[in-house]
Design a binder for this molecule. Structure first.
Ligand code: NAD
Ligand code: USQ
Length: 411
């Protein structure tokens, strides 16, 4: 891309909540590179989950302090850091008062569906952490920065898999002779995905009631690990999860292929595709960072609640498995696929057609899934193969068996 254009003073200072995580770290660096003044707010709880569960990222990530020091060395730019929990309002208040953001990008939630289905305490934690955190952000905006634009990461999973096309946030319905445009129906299928539905409702309400400006980015499943900024130095490398709790489909398949583990397609694998239909929307992490930048640079109006569907392509898990098999063959790896009994309760074969035009209209030029990307992901997995713990690969959390007894996952 061309060198960064001048950043508008109206959106120059961006607070990235969850900026130590997978999407947040890549986004914080990208925005800093583009000339935004960035502050990361993170409780580092994602690193704690790894310690508690015995999981860890394939890529050896540096501490947040080392990451920021290296970024300053490489780019000459400073990213501020506030370590704390946004569920504690006094902490969040001090972040807002000291940084005075024009925009807040909110990635700071517990984002794994399987984690939220381990046991009662993780289900409650997920909803408490995500919903209370977001309400606190809304109150902080109201009290301390009423002009501030909230860019909130939601999820395509809020919509579920209805047997009609999925619109971007709203649907116009004619009922008994009257017509209205209403929020698109939500049918989430985990306590995590449900937390996002509740967030969306709370945000929409405060836009109406208090005049908050907000963009809800209903993001699909993200894949990849590299962005130009995270590739600048080993200390800037992003996390890449492959375990059965935090790893997402395509990233997991590439890691599995690299070590000769059969690809774990859950159930029939049609939860992305029957013969003619796909089920999930996917996007490259390089597009995640760009979508967020586009949302910030083109803010919602005061009182407006916007919803963008943030993905670039639809794939079935079967299709993903086939693509990874082919890419593996090119590298001389024989890749097998196994059908694993589905640990989730989800439709495996269904219609899926979701709109995603609004970010394209703002100028998104997608990085479509290519052989080059699969090749690079497979090579990352090969490079760090010695770090892989194969016992973390098979899914160990069942939607039906969730109970009140606390579970310790032992690998
Ligand atoms: P992640 O777990 O890697 O990062 C989340 C970060 O937020 C972590 O660093 C964590 O420590 C921090 N955090 C969590 N709760 C916090 C709190 N109460 N206070 C302060 N910090 C807190 O997750 P990710 O994959 O980067 O996802 C980021 C966001 O994007 C999430 O909201 C997720 O729901 C959404 N999303 C992710 C994907 C994906 O495929 N990864 C897809 C769609 C949407
Ligand atoms: N799946 C497999 N095999 C695997 C892993 C997953 O078949 O080894 C299937 C799942 O059953 C599911 C689909 O692939 O049908 C996607 O699962 P996933 O684990 O890749 O993604 P998901 O649980 O939906 O969650 C991820 C992120 C979450 C984000 C969501 C976007 O963890 O934060 O909100 O993607 S979306 O799916 O669009 O709601």
């Amino acid at each position: 891309r061309d060198p960064p254009a001048a950043v508008s003073p109206d959106c120059r200072k961006v607070m990235v909540i969850g900026g130590d995580g997978y999407c947040g770290w890549a986004t914080a660096l990208h925005l800093s590179k583009q000339g935004y003044e960035v502050a990361i707010v993170d409780s580092l709880v994602r690193r704690l989950f790894d310690e508690q569960l015995g999981t860890y990222t394939l890529t050896p990530i540096a501490s947040i302090q080392e990451r920021l020091k290296k970024w300053k060395e490489k780019s000459g730019k400073t990213i501020d850091l506030f370590v704390g929990d946004i569920c504690e309002f006094q902490f969040l208040e001090s972040c807002f008062k000291s940084f005075e953001p024009n925009a807040v990008v909110h990635f700071g939630e517990q984002r794994s569906a399987p984690y939220s289905m381990i046991d009662r305490s993780r289900a409650v934690y997920t909803q408490h952490n995500n919903i209370v955190g977001t309400i606190n952000v809304l109150f902080a905006i109201k009290e301390f920065s009423p002009e501030c634009h909230l860019v909130k990461l939601g999820t395509m999973g809020e919509y579920g898999t209805p047997n009609i096309d999925i619109e971007e946030g709203f649907i116009t319905i004619t009922h008994n002779g009257r017509t209205d445009t209403l929020p698109y129906p939500k049918q989430a299928s985990s306590f995590y995905h449900l937390s996002k539905v509740h967030d969306s409702h709370n945000i929409a309400f405060t836009c109406k009631a208090w005049g908050v400006r907000a963009t809800d980015l209903n993001q699909g499943v993200v894949y990849g690990t590299f962005t130009p900024e995270t590739q600048e130095d080993e200390a800037l490398i992003n996390r890449l999860d492959y375990d059965g709790i935090f790893g997402t489909a395509l990233n997991r398949f590439c890691v599995q292929a690299a070590i000769g583990h059969p690809l774990t397609v859950y159930g029939k694998g049609g939860q992305a595709r029957t013969l003619e239909f796909s089920t999930r929307g996917y996007l490259d992490i390089r597009d995640t960072v760009r979508c967020v930048e586009l949302a910030i640079a083109n803010p919602a109006k005061l009182g407006e609640f916007r919803v963008f569907n943030q993905f670039t392509e639809q794939f079935s898990v079967n299709e993903l498995a086939k693509l990874v098999t082919k890419a593996g063959e090119k590298l001389g790896i024989e890749v097998k696929t196994q059908s694993v009994p589905n640990p989730r309760v989800e439709a495996e074969e269904h219609y899926y057609n979701a709109k995603h035009t609004k970010l394209m209209e703002l100028g998104l030029e997608p990085h479509f899934l290519s052989e080059g990307l699969l090749d690079s992901l497979l090579n990352v997995a090969i490079k760090y193969a010695a770090r892989i713990n194969t016992s973390l690969i098979m899914p160990d959390v069942s939607w039906k068996k969730i109970g009140v007894t606390p579970r310790t996952l032992v690998s």
